[in-house]
Design a protein around this ligand. Structure first.
Ligand code: PFF
Length: 461
């Protein structure tokens, strides 16, 4: 689809006045923008380092190829075929029985954005303070002060206002324009930072920590669950974000090609982020903090390193700006799932839909801004468990209940990708459901434990 289509037309098909992406790159970059975000830097590098280094990377790539890409294709076909947001799309293709899955998507979007925005708020704060007052000399203590409480609430609200402002404006003028400017900027920054990090003294040790393979880790159920859940989270799958974006696509796009491009761009940025994070941390011997938590690597070790190293203020600011950029383009897609559902289901105009959704999410997010334990629990429940349930539902729906998904995948597909469609359909029907069901077992177990731990701590003091 390289032909721009004006709002209100839909590439020659019969669908009514739905605004479409104006250009092919608009869609691809918006979808990459959704995928590339805090997850790539905040979760990926940590999980990879802990989960077996290069062995994990291999597991992750296999996961992306065998599960991530087919699952993304499930969402893209449903979105493009119906030109509707998740609830309506599932109702149209599957009948009433599938509406609850659409609701689950919306609830997941709500919950993820509510805490994602808090983390994005910390990120924006570091970006601004890096250049104005500098990075903190005692980063652990500092992070303890800013991560919870009134100031975290304010930065969270600021981030939500920014996200709402973009989504309110619409698909072409808001979402697409933001992606066209922000995503290339983010790529350039991250490549530049990875090259720079390679020149640091501790780089070799950092690479070793990140990449030396430990095959034994792969036998651990938690690592398997983390790799799968991370793939879903990072590729924005399991909650209808890709479905929603694809609903703004004209019918002649090669979905297969787009899915491959989006997935590899996302993996590329995640991989590069690790090449930045670990050399920096090891250059200053701060690896002790890394093992404490995912948040520790990004919001304690790195600012600490930037405070100490020469030129750290500039490089650190650039790093956190890139992170904030990734966060905003992802938050846009999270809010868009909710907004588009409100527009389609309740008939509200976009502006009001975006504001009402945003305000409610912002209010729920205050809980995560006040307590990092709540944030962690919300992430475990929505970011791990709900996404996996959503992914399972989506694969079963497309594999076994949707009428002729292969024909929809073939529409607009070039010869290269057409050849793979039977294999993709096989994966969707026979591989995804059982594998995701196993992952769900572990995700359920871990979420259950987290809930008990949370209430145990809360009640037991
Ligand atoms: N993919 C985003 C990230 O890696 O940060 C997070 C995300 C965005 C998850 C949108 C789910 C989603 F629908």
């Amino acid at each position: 689809m390289s032909q721009p289509s004006a709002p209100g037309t839909s590439g020659g098909d019969t669908v009514s006045a739905r605004e479409l992406f104006g250009t092919k790159w608009g869609f691809v970059l918006a979808a990459v923008g959704s995928a590339v975000g805090l997850g790539n830097m905040w979760r990926f590098s940590y999980i990879a380092a802990e989960g077996g280094g290069a062995a994990f990377l291999l597991l992750y790539i296999v996961m992306v190829l065998l599960i991530g890409i087919p699952l993304m294709l499930c969402e893209l076909t449903v979105g493009r075929k119906t030109h509707l947001s998740p609830i309506g799309a599932l109702r149209q293709l599957g009948g009433k029985a599938w509406v609850p899955l659409g609701f689950l998507f919306v609830v997941t979007g709500f919950l993820i954005l509510s805490y994602y925005s808090v983390i994005a708020g910390w990120t924006m704060r570091y970006a601004v303070e890096g250049i104005t007052t500098g990075f903190p000399a005692a980063p652990g203590e500092y992070f303890g002060q800013i991560s919870e409480g009134a100031s975290a609430v304010w930065w969270h609200l600021g981030f939500m206002v920014l996200t709402m402002a973009i989504v309110m404006v619409g698909v072409q003028k808001g979402i697409e324009r933001a992606a066209l400017i922000l995503m290339p900027t983010l790529f350039l920054i991250i490549v530049g930072l990875a090259v720079w990090a390679g020149t640091l003294e501790g780089a070799a040790e950092g690479y070793a920590f990140y990449l030396v393979p430990e095959w034994g880790e792969l036998m651990d159920g938690t690592v398997l669950r983390q790799a799968a859940a991370q793939a879903f989270f990072s590729l924005s799958l399991g909650m209808g974000a890709m479905l929603t974006f694809a609903s703004y696509l004209s019918r002649d796009t090669d979905l297969n090609q787009e899915a491959v491009t989006i997935s590899f761009a996302d993996f590329g940025v995640a991989f590069l982020a690790g090449l930045v994070v670990f050399p920096v941390v090891f250059a200053l011997g701060l690896q002790g903090d890394v093992s404490e938590s995912t948040v520790g690597a990004l919001f304690i070790s790195l600012p600490g390193a930037f405070a100490e190293m020469q030129g750290g203020r500039v490089v650190g600011t650039i790093f956190f700006v890139a992170l904030a950029v990734g966060a905003i383009t992802s938050a846009i897609s999270l809010l868009e799932v909710v907004t588009s559902s409100i527009i389609d289901e309740l008939g509200m105009v976009r502006r009001n839909a975006a504001i009402s959704a945003g305000v409610v999410i912002a209010i729920i997010g205050v809980l995560s801004a006040l307590s990092i334990d709540v944030l962690g629990l919300a992430d475990q429940i929505a970011g791990d468990l709900f996404l996996v349930i959503g992914a399972l539902g989506m694969s079963v729906f497309v594999g076994w209940f949707m009428k002729d998904p292969a024909a929809e995948l073939a529409r607009g597909a070039g010869t290269t990708f057409s050849r793979f469609i039977p294999a993709v359909m096989f994966l969707i029907r026979f591989v995804l459901p059982p594998v995701i069901a196993v992952v769900l077992w572990f995700a359920g177990r871990d979420a259950w434990n987290a809930i008990w731990e949370f209430f145990g701590v809360a009640l037991g003091g």
